[in-house]
Write a new protein. Structure first.
Length: 263
């Protein structure tokens, strides 16, 4: 049974039951990251959840891109915000792919859950519009390094799932490691998941007490970015709910095997 959002509606993002695999920027082994082709490869491998990022184009469209410029992915010294959505779509990223908008991704994969990192303040309006237009609020999770960006986005999408921002992460980890359930519940009020690396400011996230305490306040634990199958197994053994990975092709069979055996 999926949890219910703040408006009482089922949150499809939080289904099926964990553990879950979050395909980091899609599956980019034979496709450029964060493209429709990378998402297709992830979905074809069995992924129900993909992780992605958005910046705003010059004309205010939420465009799927991790970086704020094109230097790494296209060899061009120009910012995403300096080009229109149409111009970004024409940029050659490889394998016949250009940048896609969030709206295009949500439309192309209507049953896929999207974990969306809002990377810039000017991307908030376009992100909200794309999600509303696609009627996709229940199948997305909004995250952001910036608490202000995250709050600005989720307040316009009632009931949407959300993850802790950087400003709350360290307090949450320390409270969870100490087993301070009441404090953690206050720190994570309105939060559905903590999405964290293995360590936050030197504090190990994945301890038995921490996982128990996160679960006690009704919050999932997703760890990034894990590409080693042995480490995936150890994290799942520890009770982690989600693995954020570049290698969904490796993680999905591990999770499927555990489900088939009830492990």
């Amino acid at each position: 049974m999926p949890r219910r959002g703040r408006e009482g509606d089922p949150v499809a993002y939080l289904s099926p039951a964990p553990p879950r695999v979050l395909a980091h920027r899609g599956l980019a082994l034979e496709a450029p990251e964060n493209t429709l082709l990378a998402f297709l490869h992830a979905v074809n491998a069995g992924a129900t959840h993909v992780e992605t990022d958005v910046h705003a184009s010059a004309d205010g469209v939420a465009m799927v891109s991790h970086d704020d410029d094109l230097a790494r992915v296209a060899g061009r010294e120009v910012a995403v915000r300096q080009l229109t959505a149409a111009e970004l779509r024409r940029v050659q990223l490889g394998a016949g792919q250009g940048f896609c908008s969030l709206a295009e991704a949500l439309d192309a994969f209507p049953t896929t859950r999207f974990n969306i990192d809002v990377k810039s303040a000017d991307a908030v309006p376009g992100t909200v519009k794309a999600i509303r237009d696609a009627n996709a609020t229940s199948r997305v999770l909004i995250g952001s390094f910036s608490q202000a960006r995250r709050i600005s986005t989720i307040t316009q999408l009632p009931g949407v799932a959300t993850s802790v921002s950087a400003s709350g992460a360290l307090r949450a980890v320390h409270a969870a490691r100490a087993g301070a359930t009441s404090l953690l519940a206050r720190v994570l009020a309105g939060i559905d998941a903590v999405q964290l690396p293995m360590k936050v400011a030197g504090a190990t996230v994945v301890t038995p007490r921490a996982i128990r305490t996160f679960h006690a306040v009704g919050v999932e634990v997703h760890i990034w970015t894990i590409n080693d199958p042995v480490q995936m197994e150890r994290l799942l053994d520890a009770g982690v709910d989600g693995i954020v990975t570049d290698r969904a092709d490796l993680a999905l069979p591990i999770v499927a095997a555990r489900r088939s055996t009830g492990g």
